[in-house]
Design a protein around this ligand. Structure first.
Ligand code: AMP
Ligand code: MG
Length: 323
């Protein structure tokens, strides 16, 4: 069985094709580069303009025709409404015209399930750090539950806004990582409240610090502080749930310093540390296709009426019937 998955929650548009035995046949991506922060309607226009060709290129990569696809999946949320709608409309069109089932999936759960497919992790605590999300998620009582999350902006957004403030370009994460490697640590506000994190005050403080310190040093302080906050919450979630695996997900997780910090924490606890390859770490269509297949196999069925998008789709709204 073959599933075509469409990802379009934010500025990235992805199309993936995965087979029911877990083989990623195609996983193509097209990124909208915003001028000033992500403008939802501009990103949606980008997706509408590029999706037909991206679907064609995924099919071409797999040497397939649309007629050979058995199931279509799309990210139903959380994300930016106009962007979500483009992916949903395309998926509905394919479903109706090819008479194949459709499944709208939760984007955050898709990150977790592709991590379980692509790494040996079986039951991990996932640290999901991206442009729009920062959550610590793990399975408990038939749900994927959020054990901790940001109270304001996502960590990736914090890095992106900081970089934009210093005119370092977009996306900010990779530039900050490069500069931080040459920097000396300076202290910045560390904000963990219970199991939740806050990054907006940290970003403002970093911008302010950049007026009197070298950019390299602020980047170092920013990374160390933001990443330590994530590691603290992740470690506490592991201690609380008793789980012995940690899985990274999201675009920020490509950062080698973050990986090193999480790996150190895991090693000290005697826990497993897992990172999927880069193409499956950030937003991508293959993870949507894979979760679609997993849910379909578990008997989940949706009618077209069930496929409206949900900008605030919470991870723990989904009944996990497949584990
Ligand atoms: P995603 O939303 O999962 O597609 O990830 C996008 C986010 O990842 C953006 O906020 C980027 O700035 C961030 N990012 C990409 N590369 C890195 C890196 N090397 N270090 C930190 N953040 C990164
Ligand atoms: Mg994501």
């Amino acid at each position: 069985m073959l599933c075509l998955g469409i990802e379009g929650t934010a500025e990235k548009l992805g199309v993936g094709i995965v087979s029911s035995d877990g083989k990623v046949i195609a996983n193509v991506l097209k990124q909208h580069i915003p001028r000033e922060g992500i403008h939802p309607k501009e990103a949606a226009a980008h997706h509408a303009d590029n999706l037909p060709n991206l679907i064609k290129s995924a099919l071409k990569k797999g040497e397939l025709s649309l007629g050979e696809i058995d199931l279509v999946a799309f990210s139903q949320g959380p994300g930016l409404g106009p962007c979500l709608r483009i992916a949903a409309i395309a998926a509905r069109t394919i479903s109706v015209s090819k008479k194949i089932p459709i499944i709208g999936v939760n984007h955050c759960i898709a990150h977790l399930e592709i991590g379980r497919l692509a790494t040996p992790a079986l039951d991990p605590v996932m640290l999901y750090v991206s442009g729009g999300n920062t959550q610590v998620i793990a399975y408990e009582g038939e749900k994927y539950r959020v054990f901790g999350e940001t109270l304001d902006i996502a960590i990736g957004n914090c890095l992106d806004q900081f970089a934009r403030g210093l005119k370092l370009g977009f996306p900010g994460g990779p530039v900050v990582e490069k500069l931080a490697a040459k920097g000396e640590y300076i202290p910045l506000p560390y904000v963990v409240k219970g199991m939740d994190m806050s990054f907006s005050g940290l970003m403002t403080a970093a911008l302010k610090a950049a007026k009197k310190h070298r950019a390299e040093d602020v980047c170092k302080g920013l990374q160390e502080t933001a990443f330590a906050m994530c590691v603290e919450v992740t470690e506490r979630a592991m201690a609380h749930t008793g789980k012995e695996e940690v899985l990274l997900a999201g675009g920020v997780a490509v950062n080698s310093r973050l990986q090193e910090m999480v790996k150190t924490m895991a090693r000290e606890r005697g826990a497993g540390f897992y990172v999927p390859e880069k193409s499956l770490l950030g937003d991508n269509g293959a993870m949507i296709a894979w979760l679609g297949l997993v849910m379909h196999k578990a008997g989940v069925k949706q009618k077209i009426e069930d496929t409206s998008v949900n900008q605030r789709f919470r991870t723990d709204e989904v009944n996990v019937t497949w584990r």
